[in-house]
Write a protein that binds this ligand. Structure first.
Ligand SMILES: Nc1nc2c(ncn2[C@@H]2O[C@H](COP(=O)(O)OP(=O)(O)OP(=O)(O)O)[C@@H](O)[C@H]2O)c(=O)[nH]1
Ligand SMILES: [Mg+2]
Length: 331
């Protein structure tokens, strides 16, 4: 195993790579994202040099049941934005199912036309892996896209697990993509999606959607009474690009609402707090727990629990107590 965090390891110089990145070389962007994902020390060095490059990319999240048309909608919106001269970074979160590889490739084929666009960059993140790891990867990519100079960052996820819901702390505008005939309330109420949605899309409007619209309006009536923003309902036919202008308009209106109400700054602050907490949590987890678990004391406690002379809770307490005392003293 590589000793990633060893303090004796020579500190690598990433200046050349960073320069290429700042010159908007897509290869450098891809390389830096890979480094950030796999090498925490590299991530620290590179991000410390890029943190001054804040461009204020606007982050939009897309969620909704599998197959509702999120990727199609994103690809059409990307074409629309690119034609206006904007630079767009896409983050696509694969569902954790073992079949996701195929679905992802499918998306890639559909997105081929925009992959070649110099204004667009796509990165996919697998949602398998350690808890919290997914959100961290997505947050890091978003920071890198911003430093690279993207105007819009579009994040696609099915929004099923907690980790995916966490991703929506990142997005300033969250779009919930629904489709007619799929059990209306199920699509919306799952995992509290109604609470996080800022814009409702009824996609596949070529297949209907009048009834869904009535239902969504009813749900919004009861839910948004205390909110200053009522999510608009936009009808789209993603395959034909219908409704994309209206969708962009709705995103802009929500953005203005956030800016005028100062909520954008609040969201950004909450994001940083969450990221900082998660990062500290993962450092604690990786560095301290790894070291603790190879001590003699740890082995002794395992034996005691095995023989029934100690319970697991008091054992955890015994390990943590001296550490917590030291930490509390240092705060
Ligand atoms: N009839 C109709 N089909 C559509 C529309 N939008 C997308 N589709 C089709 O729906 C299918 C799924 O579209 P995707 O864009 O892959 O959906 P998705 O939500 O990204 O799917 P996952 O990433 O697997 O969750 C594709 O076959 C699309 O061509 C639409 O407006 N009308
Ligand atoms: Mg998709």
């Amino acid at each position: 195993m590589k000793s990633r965090q060893s303090t004796d390891a020579p500190i690598k110089n990433y200046d050349n790579l960073i320069q290429h990145f700042l010159d908007r070389d897509k290869k450098a962007l891809a390389r830096i994202i890979t480094l950030a994902e796999n090498d925490p020390e590299a991530a620290r060095i590179i991000l410390s040099k890029l943190c001054r490059h804040i461009h204020g990319a606007y982050i939009v999240g897309f969620t909704g049941t599998p197959g509702s048309g999120k990727s199609t909608l994103i690809s059409k919106l990307v074409t629309f934005l690119s034609e206006k001269g904007f630079k767009i970074g896409i983050i696509s979160v694969d569902p954790s199912s073992p079949y996701s590889q195929g679905a992802f490739l499918g998306d890639r084929v559909r997105m081929r036309e925009i992959i070649l666009d110099p204004n667009v960059f796509i990165r996919s993140v697998a949602s398998r892996g350690r808890l919290g790891g997914l959100a961290k990867a997505v947050f890091d990519i978003a920071i890198l896209y911003d430093a690279y100079g993207m105007d819009y960052i579009l994040v696609e996820t099915v929004g099923a697990g907690q980790s995916e819901v966490d991703i929506f702390r990142l997005a300033y505008t969250v779009i919930l993509v629904t489709v007619p005939g799929l059990g209306d309330s199920v699509q919306v109420q799952k995992a509290g999606l109604l609470e996080i949605a800022d814009i409702m899309v009824i996609n596949k409007s070529d297949l209907g959607g009048d009834f869904l619209k009535i239902n969504l309006n009813m749900m919004l009536d009861s839910y948004t009474r205390q909110r200053s923003w009522r999510p608009p309902i936009i009808r789209t036919i993603a395959t034909d690009g219908k409704g994309i202008t209206e969708l962009f308009q709705a995103i802009q209106e929500h953005r203005e609402h956030l800016e005028l109400s100062n909520n954008l700054m609040m969201k950004k602050r909450a994001n940083i707090r969450y990221r900082l907490q998660s990062l500290i949590e993962s450092y604690l987890f990786e560095r301290i727990l790894e070291k603790l678990s190879i001590t003699k004391k740890f082995d002794n406690l395992i034996e005691k629990i095995l023989s029934g002379s100690q319970d697991i809770y008091s054992a955890a307490h015994e390990i943590l107590q001296p550490l917590l005392k030291k930490v509390e003293k240092s705060l």
